[in-house]
Write a protein that binds this ligand. Structure first.
Ligand SMILES: O=C(O)CCC(=O)C(=O)O
Ligand SMILES: [Fe+2]
Length: 202
């Protein structure tokens, strides 16, 4: 099983989309209770769905339910482009915002509750290039992919069952992060997946 990496937007388009996404409202460093301790989500988050009938509970790792908005026309267009290039029916987005070299997303598998069976998921990043790490659970084989702005990394079904994924903080990514002059991982990662796919046609 291998991830699929495809360019969706040109560098120019990606810069422009980043500026558009920066205007979105998100919750940054939300705190929540975990094992009786207050911890913070080490990034910003907000979720968007194609329409009001689609819901998804992202689970504990996100600090509980996220604020959810219905996609505006621009987000719909972006989603349409993703779906055209990838041949999918993605209809939800979680936008994760990484502002500095410490923001990250820990090793995890996505919660597939509410996914239509056979769903893949993917992540699209806008901002600077960043490391995205996948690890095969059975063999512990790790692969670090340099995720470029405007590109989509997709874990096709059933990869989520056999691999974890992670966005390491830049300090942990060490030299392999390479080329991030100011140490930033990424400005905004924009995630799309077949989640709560009540409208999926496939
Ligand atoms: O920023 C990313 O691409 C990772 C996001 C992720 O794994 C998730 O939202 O479940
Ligand atoms: Fe994930």
């Amino acid at each position: 099983m291998v991830p699929i990496v495809k360019r969706i937007f040109t560098e120019e388009e990606s810069k422009e989309i980043l500026e558009f996404l920066k205007e979105k409202v998100y919750v940054y460093h939300r705190t929540y209770k975990r094992y009786n301790k207050m911890v913070k989500v080490p990034r910003g988050q907000v979720s968007f769905t194609m329409n009001e009938n689609i819901h998804y509970n992202y689970g504990l790792i996100t600090g509980g339910s996220l604020p959810n908005e219905i996609m505006c026309d621009r987000l719909r267009e972006i989603t349409q482009r993703v779906n055209m290039v990838m041949g999918r029916n993605y209809n939800t987005i979680r936008m994760n915002v990484y502002k500095n070299n410490k923001d990250c997303f820990t090793t995890h598998q996505d919660n597939e509750n509410g996914w239509v069976k056979g769903s893949s998921f993917g992540t699209l990043v806008f901002g600077c290039d960043r490391p995205f790490v996948i690890c095969e659970i059975a063999t512990k084989n790790r692969e670090k992919i340099i995720h470029k702005s405007g590109e989509m990394i997709e874990l096709p079904y059933p990869m989520n069952s056999f691999f974890t994924h992670q966005v390491p903080s830049c300090s942990k990514a060490g030299s392999m992060a390479g080329g991030f002059a100011d140490g930033r991982v990424a400005d905004i990662a924009y995630i799309q997946r077949d989640r709560g796919v009540h409208t999926r046609i496939e």
